[in-house]
Design a protein around this ligand. Structure first.
Ligand code: NDP
Length: 453
């Protein structure tokens, strides 16, 4: 008889941990236990992608209703009922959490609703004192928002709290220029909040294609968001009427809510990893190899805790590959090379492959780009423009990058990612007959490069 309680013990019931345990148990027959100290589903389901996307939907209605008038509808809007939306949102998250539990239980996974820490390479301890022996350990504890240490930092909220606000603020400051900051600026703006976004660099969404970033920033400003670049907060002070942000540009402005979205750090503190031989990176992330294995052969890690690419679908694929490798007898490496993603600003930014700037560094390229007023909103009298851009290798003709700024860009980039992942050339795009009338048809009708670099 085995002296192990489990073949696999997973710490963390988020996207990566849930997928790994479901496949290891349900498909490969391993005996799996999983510990989650908070709610099942992790950041994505409980305090990230899912509630965020629902808020994105909620925030899009004012514009849609405005447009409806131009299309002949008699629309009367009486305002947004935040508590009502929040109640529905919370019910939906409860439903999803239950679904996650059911799926895992049906797959034969034993769920422990407790914090777990590592004792040694084969032992975990639960918060209730129970000690369990396991052949393998998978750390999938995710990450948490990081707030820089400035005076008054405790006055700031993070994305964690944004879904539970008792009421919506009138004036909000969002600090940061990444995915979360830019998305929440747009959400709050759409819900009727006066939004100011401070970003320390020259342009928000660093790392994305410059032209696309500029396009998003211009659209955000046009929708009424004050996007203030090269500005950071020096300190926050509580006043009778709100929170004053004293900034590097010498200004002091009062807000009702300050939200920090200045990156996320991996959850490795207090896990018991020190002393076991697991290597940690500069920000505390667990260092793993291509198979998500740490320096300790029985300990693996997937998802945000490894700080590779912090996206839900990536954690899922890493978790799946781990289960197939260790329990399915099928060594599987997830390729982090070409990952599409979308920033759910208004309009959205969908991106796959290299930016123009990164591609130019690599080899000679052609740039195909177009910006235009899409039919739907042009009819409604709006000045909104969308952008489609392809970066093409001069040598191989392969499309190296695709960047879309448009409503539903997230949906479009998913499909472009298939073609680009298959190595499609510009001529493959050109050969594809347009779907008319759509915005995306521009991707297959751009004939002449706007730049050769
Ligand atoms: P990001 O890394 O995207 O952005 C962090 C931002 O905060 C950057 O603009 C950064 O500036 C700034 N920043 C960092 N440290 C400081 C500091 N000390 N003072 C002031 N500003 C600072 O992180 P997010 O928090 O937005 O999101 C975390 C991750 O979650 C993302 O990287 C992404 O992988 C994932 N995510 C994905 C989403 C999606 O797919 N739609 C949605 C939400 C999150 P600088 O650029 O100068 O470094």
């Amino acid at each position: 008889m085995s002296d192990f309680d489990y073949d696999l013990f997973v710490i963390g019931g988020g996207s990566g941990g849930v997928r790994a345990s479901r496949i290891a148990s349900g498909e490969h027959g391993a005996k799996v236990g999983l510990a989650e100290e908070s709610r099942m589903g992790g950041t994505c389901v409980i305090r990230g992608c899912v509630p965020k996307k629902l808020m994105v939907f909620a925030s899009g209605f004012p514009e849609a209703m405005e447009d409806a008038r131009s299309y002949g509808w008699d629309v009367t809007v009486r305002g947004f009922d935040w508590p009502r939306f929040r109640t529905t949102l919370e019910a939906d998250l409860d439903r999803l959490e239950k679904a996650y539990r059911t799926t895992l239980t049906n797959a034969g996974v034993t769920i422990h609703d407790a914090r777990a820490t590592l004792v040694d390479a084969h032992t975990v301890r639960l918060a209730d004192g129970q000690t369990l022996r396991t052949r393998h350990i998978l750390v999938a504890t995710g990450g948490r928002p990081f707030v820089p240490e400035i005076p008054g930092a405790e006055l700031a909220l993070t994305s964690n709290e944004m879904f539970h606000l008792p009421s919506l603020p009138k004036r909000a400051l969002v600090v940061g220029g990444g995915y979360i900051a830019s998305e929440f600026s747009c959400i709050l703006n759409g819900l009727g909040v006066e939004v100011c976004q401070y970003y320390r660099g020259a342009q928000i969404l660093r790392g994305f294609d410059d032209e696309a970033r500029g396009h998003v920033a211009t659209a955000m400003a046009a929708s009424g968001i004050t996007v203030q670049c090269s500005t950071d907060v020096l300190r926050l002070e509580k006043t009778e009427t709100g929170i004053v942000a004293v900034a590097t540009d010498g200004s002091s402005r009062e807000f009702d809510l300050v939200m920090y979205a200045t990156g996320r750090h991996p959850n490795t503190e207090g896990l018991g990893l020190q002393g076991l031989g697991v290597e940690l990176g500069r920000q505390g992330q667990i260092v793993v190899d291509r198979y998500s294995q740490t320096a300790v052969p029985s300990i693996f890690a997937v998802g945000d805790v490894t700080g590779r690419v912090n996206l839900t679908p990536v954690a899922i694929r890493e978790g799946h590959a781990f289960a197939d490798t260790v329990f399915g007898g099928k060594p599987t490496v997830f390729d982090h090379g070409l990952i599409a993603s979308a920033v759910f600003t208004r309009p959205e930014l969908g991106s796959v492959g290299l930016s123009e700037e990164a591609a130019r560094e690599q080899e000679p390229i052609e740039v195909y780009s177009t910006a235009f007023r899409p039919m739907k909103t042009a009819f409604a009298g709006r000045a909104d423009r969308v952008m489609m851009k392809l970066i093409v290798s001069q040598a191989t003709r392969k499309v190296m990058g695709c960047h879309i700024v448009a409503p539903e860009a997230g949906e479009m980039i998913q499909l472009a990612a298939i073609a680009i992942g298959m190595g499609a050339t510009k001529e493959d795009f050109d050969r594809t007959c347009a779907v008319h009338p759509t915005m995306a048809e521009e991707l297959v009708t751009m004939r002449k490069p706007v730049r050769i670099a």
